[in-house]
Each structure stands twice: as C-alpha cells, then as structure tokens.
Write a protein that binds this ligand. Sequence first.
Ligand SMILES: *Cc1c(COP(=O)(O)O)cnc(C)c1O
Length: 406
Amino acid sequence: MFMDYNRIFTQAIDRLHEEGRYRVFIDILRNKGAFPNARCFAGHNGPKPITVWCSNDYLAMGQHPKVVAAMEEALHDVGAGSGGTRNIGGNTHYHVDLEAELADLHCKDSALLFTSGYVSNEATLATLAKVLPGCVIFSDALNHASMIAGIRNSGCEKRVFRHNDLEHLEELLADVPADTPKLIAFESVYSMDGDVAPIDAICDLADKYNALTYCDEVHAVGMYGPRGGGITDRDGCAHRVTIIEGTLGKAFGVMGGYIAASKMVVDVIRSYAPGFIFTTSLSPVLVAGVLASVRHLKSSSVEREGQQAAAAFLKSSFAQAGLPVMPSTTHIVPLMVGDPVKAKRISDILLAEYGVYVQPINYPTVPRGTERLRFTPGPAHTHAMMIELTKALVEIWGRLEMRLAA
Ligand SMILES: *Cc1c(COP(=O)(O)O)cnc(C)c1O
C-alpha cells in the first residue's frame, strides 16, 4: 500500500496549530555588555531593539568580562574543539579542573561533566537504575522531561509522587519491600512554578527507607547559597543528597551539565553511561568560560542579591497592578494565563508593540490549562524597565478583556 508520509507529518503539525501551541522561535542577538538588551530579526526593516525577560542566563554571566576573557584566552591557547571523547583524546586539563571546582562547590568527592544538563539527567538516571538490580524510582510529578526520559530509559519501575507531597512519597516508599533498591528523584527549584522542594525532609524519608536521593539543582546553582551551590548549599544539606545535578548553561551562562557525588557513584556513571562515554567532550573554550563563571560566583554574591531584589520588585509590581502573578518563592516570576492562544497573543503584542520579549509557556512544558508567561528578571533589569513592563501588561489585559484582581 502507498504510504503518504507527508500527510502524516502535516497532520502532526496541524494538531499543534489547532491547539494554539505550535512553537515559533524568536530570532535574536543579545548585545554583549548590555544585557537584557538584544536585537530581534522578526520584521523586514532590519533588527529591532528588544528587552529580554525570559532568559535563563539568570545572572548575565554569559556576558561577564571574566567569562568572555577566559574563553578568548582558551580559544587562542588550545583552539576550538576538544577533538575527542573523554576516553579518547578529549580529556583536557580544563575538564579536569572544572570537575574539581564543581565537586568542591557541592562538597562532594567528585563531579562529572556532560554536554548538557539534559544529557546529565538522562544518562545518570538511566545508568544508575540499570546498575541497581530491581531498582524502584520515586519521581516527583513535576520533574523535568530529561529526568523522565532517564527514568524511562532505565527500564525500571517508577512511582510518581504528588508534587512536593511528603506524605504521598512516604506512602509509596513504605509500599516497596525493604530490601529493594530505591532512588528518589526530584528538583530543588521547580522552574515553571518557582517553588522549592523540602530537601531535608525528603532526605529524612530517604534515611528512614534506605533510599538514594537525586536532586536536579539546575534552576538553583549559581543563584542560591553563599557560594552558589544551590538550595542544598543555602540549606546546608548538600552532604545528605546522594547526587546533585546541575547545568552550566543557565546561571553559569555558558553550556554543559554535570553531576556531583561520591567518587564511587561518579566512577560508575563515568564507566557505564553511554551518554557520557560515546560523545565528544565539551569544547575547552566552553569549559574555560564555565570555570571563570563558577569561580566568580563562588566568591561574589552581588549578582545573586541583585537578582533576588529584581524578582521581589517585579512580583510586587505585578501584584499591586492586579496581575495574576503565581506564588513563587524564588527568582522565577510566572504570570498565569490559563489558555495557550491568549498566552501567545499577549507575547506577540508585547514583542510587536512594546519591544518586550517573553516566550509563552505551553503544554507539555506545563500542564494544559496552566499556560503562562514566565519572567526571569535579573540583576540587569532596572526598576524603570519593570514599571514599564507592568504598565504594558495592564494595558494588554484590558485590551483582551481579561480580569485583573481588585
Ligand atoms: C533546562 C533544564 C535541564 C536541562 O539543562 P540543559 O543544560 O539546558 O540541557 C534539566 N533540568 C531542568 C529542571 C531544566 O529546567
């Protein structure tokens, strides 16, 4: 029978259009040294100046002079790429130094670099659970897609506990035989709601039921704790978590991912994870940039404090204007819209008329019916920018006949 492949592909894309969640990428260039200012290439009259409100380069470290200088120096010193996997020619001294720096950041013996945070989650969870015979993974309902992929690829049994619900987690843990290997996988800062996991209490349960713990600190590293070691650094509980995972692409401003753990656990992942073994290691240029960024944020809290102050100001500005700001306890400022078409429409108006760039967040990144705009103000967003943004949103809310709180 004749198979019309193109018709099937077209239908798949049409479904997204019908639901209003077809993804359009905005074409931009950031202006080095002037973040959050950027240029947008949407129109036909040359690039248009915009302000970026949805970047995960939370602390503008991607443009920090120390980071840029370190990358320039590395490029001129050793060239562009690593030239191999870690095992075959690609284990540069930059990689070795950065792993030591990251292990120290999280007070662990060892750390292991991956090409992204996604790969670190997928490779580590899949491998760990394969090495532990009969392992059961307990996974928070709001865990990131990369953790879910790793858990699925491990082929082991998975029990999902309601988001941050300790009672439900304990119920599920108690239901599995004592001699079964167990792993609890969760995040510290949940990036779409901006809430934080009760890490100490999860570790108490892990102790009680003899489970390992895996904490994704992607949205916390660089930003919380006196040295930027994340929520586990802030709360003094890094030593209680078996594996801490982070990204080098968000607050650290460059690219890559990692885990930090005991020497034994890192040795197992290093030796067994295909996603670590069979891929070219990160460019030494990137690693040099990350090294400068991590070292800087270990000793400087100016960026963290600036970010927290900006987030507090924007939340209160939205709340005072009656905009539906969600109850985040972190630097993330989500505005609930609850409809994919409206979220996209607001985002389009902001960009076209106000030069404000904030991406609508749709299913499957968030559950259907909770579509939102997610703002990530940082140390470089000024009060004037935030007041202007609030006014723009109030105007658009009125125009689209959406309700503001009294
Ligand atoms: C972004 C993200 C990742 C993936 O990190 P990358 O370095 O961007 O691949 C992992 N976990 C969470 C919670 C994330 O938001």
